[in-house]
Design a protein. Sequence first.
Length: 438
Amino acid sequence: MNARPLKVAVLGCGVVGTEVVRRLHESRSALAARVGVPVEIAGVAVRDRKRPRDIGIAQELLTDDPLELVKRDDVDLVVELLGGIEPAHSLLVASMEHGKSVVSANKTLIAEHGAQLHETAAQHGVSLLYEAAVAAAIPLLGPLRDSLGGDDVTRVVGIVNGTTNYILDRMTETGGEFDAALREAVERGYAEADPTADVEGTDAVAKTVILASLAFHTRLSPTDVYREGITGVTAQDVADARSRGCVVKLLTVLERPAGQGEVLARVHPTMVPLTHPLAQVKGADNAVVVEAAGAGELLFRGAGAGGVPTASSVVGDVVTAARRRLLGRPVGAMAPTVAGQVRPMRELRSRYHLGVRVTDAAAALDDIATVLRVNDVRVDSLHRNRSVGPNTWVLATEAVLESDLCAAVEALSAVPSVAEVPRFIRMLDPVGQEALAR
């Protein structure tokens, strides 16, 4: 093995960056065997060079000048683990303009600027890979890009945020409220000190945009994705889900029925039947179900967060990019060429769990039935929830239009015998038969 080593520059040395550097350093022999030439660290960009770091590499490899590092002639691959938009975006563009292939775990950057970055990669004949940007260690993006490239994907539904899954899982196990579960998640390192991006669903939205680009070859922006976080989920919602044989999960759902061009992209809490594989995903794990015309239903499940799992995926991309660089064949998800045609949420057809608190249960029943009938909301089941008092009616709808359901909720809010605005949560069909309205 006499070929020149491939040199890797790492931008960022946080939790994931530290694991990536350690793995590149400690697995040198194995990586060389897999790539065909030695893979060496050219440098690691950090904010503070003097800060003690137990990463096993020489101090002189640390730099606080990331731009100089990515422009160096001896650097072949750049691994971006900075997060956020800037300076990550400028550094990736500079890397590719100087002929470097790029690996990133930055879902926010790829969601916002993925198409432009792919154009830059194609222009300069380099690879752009980001398997770790969605679901960490789970090999999901590669199969969507390659293995299912000749199939017709119609639906992607999954748990792509480990923090929210941990919080909801704890609420299910303890019966406690959101705030208590969030505090525990922060204390145990499953949530950031500022968990807003996770609990409000913006992290999942960015991942949804990336999934749409690969599953449907469709370019979406984060604003095209309906978003509803988990901060409003209550212990009562979780208990109601249990009474229906369900659990509450924050789901990403992408749907494009065969033969249709419009995509409905959404992130929101959902009651998932215990018979569905996503209901069994515990803790901070992730899982995604992909439905395709030829392949049928495929389940991808595993560690969706954390430094070690994410580093595994990043280094896997490094190996792929390195092999392709040696062959002179850049690889990466092709830039989407079709701007997304987005179907609004009001055209979703789904089943719903609806809770209506009233002043007089018997007197309000006729009013509730009339409002639902007028708004074409058909009821599958109805009972009084005595666990929260005698004056709460709980019902499950049949599959109805979201616009009709929302109109019914608005009308019910104006009924004198209804005590407060009714709450509703969308329900996932146990056999994956939710559909867009035709």
